[in-house]
Design a protein around this ligand. Structure first.
Ligand code: 5AD
Ligand code: FES
Length: 335
């Protein structure tokens, strides 16, 4: 699809039903009916950055900060293995406390103990540090570029550099990670043109995974009271990303489920093939509030597992077998 076609398809004046059906067809053809479950561990909500949209930004005094111990992280990973998840996603703010070596040690231990696929989502680091984490046994890395609009990016992320973000994505690929990125949909000032660019960038970057969620204004941030993204826009982005990138892993994100009780189900029916049930300890879940209304903050890991399995049954889908590695060809490291 060309940019103009994407812009048109993103517009509210276009009926999305035909391309939602097309996205569902492409998903079935390329990814099958299996849905990969990735257990999400939010292991620290300390963050040195001040992104305007994010609830755990530095300086938000309302956040009760926590950091799991390596033993607690390992415990979460064991829970994931017990629930028969094949991948864990270790996500945190950009927490200075964890030096790359410490993080690498934890990754190595989790890998040794559980043999699970490990995805990291820990922000911007140096090329050397990425290599260290990869060597320790991390398989994948998520780093959303959030928006392809350079001006909007620097407005929303005043202490980050647009070019460095993309440099990091290139370094991650070079280090042999399967790389995921993504954006928020419906940011204030975000145009349909820039969202079409987002989608074209997903393809250009040959991403292995792409996560998309609606922007949800957080009252404890500078964006309090801003108009948020809609489910409809998020779904259009998911569907068009599926059509354009073909065999990329696309999650039905927590943010989708948070703005609409059927959000994740709908995403799974127009392109998504991954779910990321939370396996963080229950007592810390509310403290990882990137945005208000986040689902699963009152559930234990077992409850989310039961919930997503029931969801799959209701959709006529099933858990995918295997690790759910990338379907794109990887030169750096055969698996
Ligand atoms: N609304 C929606 N998504 C958000 N994220 C952070 N803050 C918000 C918000 N207010 C997303 C960002 C980040 C991911 C972990 O969560 O895209 O990369
Ligand atoms: Fe957590 Fe549904 S996935 S309650």
């Amino acid at each position: 699809m060309k940019k103009e076609e994407l812009v048109k398809a993103l517009s509210q004046d276009t009926d999305p039903a035909p391309f939602f059906a097309e996205a569902d067809r492409v998903r079935r053809e390329e990814m099958g009916d299996g849905v990969h479950l990735r257990g999400l561990i939010e292991f620290s909500n300390h963050c040195r950055r001040r992104c305007y949209y994010c609830g755990i930004r530095a300086g938000n005094a309302k956040v009760r900060r926590y950091r799991l111990t390596p033993a607690q992280i390992l415990d979460c990973a064991r829970t994931a293995a017990r629930l028969d998840y094949k991948t864990i996603v270790m996500q945190s703010g950009e927490d200075n406390h964890w030096g790359p070596r410490q993080l690498a040690d934890i990754v190595a231990e989790v890998k040794r103990e559980t043999g699970l696929a490990i995805t990291l989502s820990v922000g911007e680091h140096t090329k050397e540090d990425y290599k260290l984490l990869r060597a320790a046994g991390a398989d994948r890395f998520l780093l959303r570029f959030e928006t392809s609009d350079r001006r909007l990016f620097s407005m929303l992320k005043p202490d980050s550099d647009y070019d460095n973000r993309f440099r990091c994505l290139a370094w991650l690929k070079e280090a042999g990670f399967q790389v995921g990125s993504g954006v928020m949909a419906g940011l204030p000032g975000q145009t349909l043109e820039s969202m079409a660019d987002d989608i074209l960038l997903f393809r250009q970057l040959e991403l292995d995974m792409v996560g998309i969620g609606p922007f949800i204004a957080n009252p404890d941030t500078p964006m309090a009271g801003a108009v948020g993204g809609t489910l409809d826009l998020g779904l259009r982005m998911v569907a068009l990303t599926r059509i354009v990138t073909r065999n990329t892993h696309i999650p039905a994100t927590t943010a989708m489920g948070s703005i609409d009780p059927q959000g994740r189900q709908k995403a799974l029916r127009c392109g998504a093939n991954v779910l990321m049930p939370n396996i963080s300890p229950k007592e810390h879940r509310v403290d990882y509030s990137l945005y208000p209304g986040k689902i699963c903050t009152n559930e234990a890991p077992e409850q989310c597992a039961g919930c997503v399995d029931a969801m799959l049954v209701s959709l006529g889908r099933r858990r995918a077998s295997g690790y759910g590695h990338t379907l794109k060809s990887i030169e750096a490291s055969p698996r």
